[in-house]
Design a protein around this ligand. Structure first.
Ligand code: PRP
Ligand code: ADE
Length: 178
């Protein structure tokens, strides 16, 4: 059943060359969203992993923008809350921010100051791990709030970019690897 779900998901990932800049091999997850069985398969596999490995999780933190597509579905399944990390300048009220670089540029990640509490156990979710700059910044934001990052969940991991090496103390669970 798990292999069938992974097969369904991998068939819904498209590759575009030289997007957004020359030399980047871009993995597009939009067809997953368009196929209700594939989207359910993603949520099922994440849910099974979290229930087995992280039954203590308090909160799912999702990354702007594609982490928002998968995170709330998983959080609802688990019966826990969802918190967004956004690109700079989008949140009202007091925020924390961390600058980072990613495969094709630089950005700044922000979180509302009261979004997570000290001691909360958090899983971070995004669509894809490339160089790891983005997930590293999200981990920093959560640690600044004295919460605990249990691990990261991604649909796709681009193994050749060694992103998990940037997150040595944080296990990364990925569904599909390239
Ligand atoms: C993409 C992707 C991850 C990040 C991974 O987001 O969704 O968040 O890059 O790259 P890294 O591992 O090298 O840091 P992007 O910043 O392009 O934003 P988007 O979701 O708004 O398209
Ligand atoms: N984010 C960073 N690198 C990416 C890639 N190669 N495909 C899709 N999203 C990405």
């Amino acid at each position: 059943v798990m292999a069938e779900k992974l097969d369904l998901i991998s068939k819904c990932i498209r590759t575009f060359y030289d997007f957004p800049t020359k030399g980047i091999v871009f993995k597009d997850i939009c067809p997953i969203l368009k196929d209700p069985k594939a989207l359910a398969a993603v949520t099922d596999l994440f849910e099974e992993h979290v229930r087995r490995r992280y039954p203590q999780v308090d909160l799912i933190v999702g990354i702007d923008a594609r982490g928002f597509l998968f995170g709330p579905l998983l959080a609802q399944r688990l019966g826990v809350g969802f918190v967004p990390v956004r690109k700079k300048g989008k949140f009202p009220g007091p925020t924390l921010s961390v600058a980072y670089s990613l495969e094709y540029g630089t950005a700044e990640a922000e979180m509302q100051e009261d979004a997570v509490s000290a001691g909360e156990k958090v899983l971070i979710i995004d669509d894809l791990l490339a160089t790891g700059g983005t997930l590293y910044a999200a981990c920093e934001l959560i640690k600044q709030q004295k919460a605990e990052v249990l691990g990261c969940l991604v649909v796709i991991e681009l193994k050749s970019l060694n992103g998990s090496e940037k997150l040595p103390s944080t296990p990364v669970f990925s569904l599909i690897q390239y």
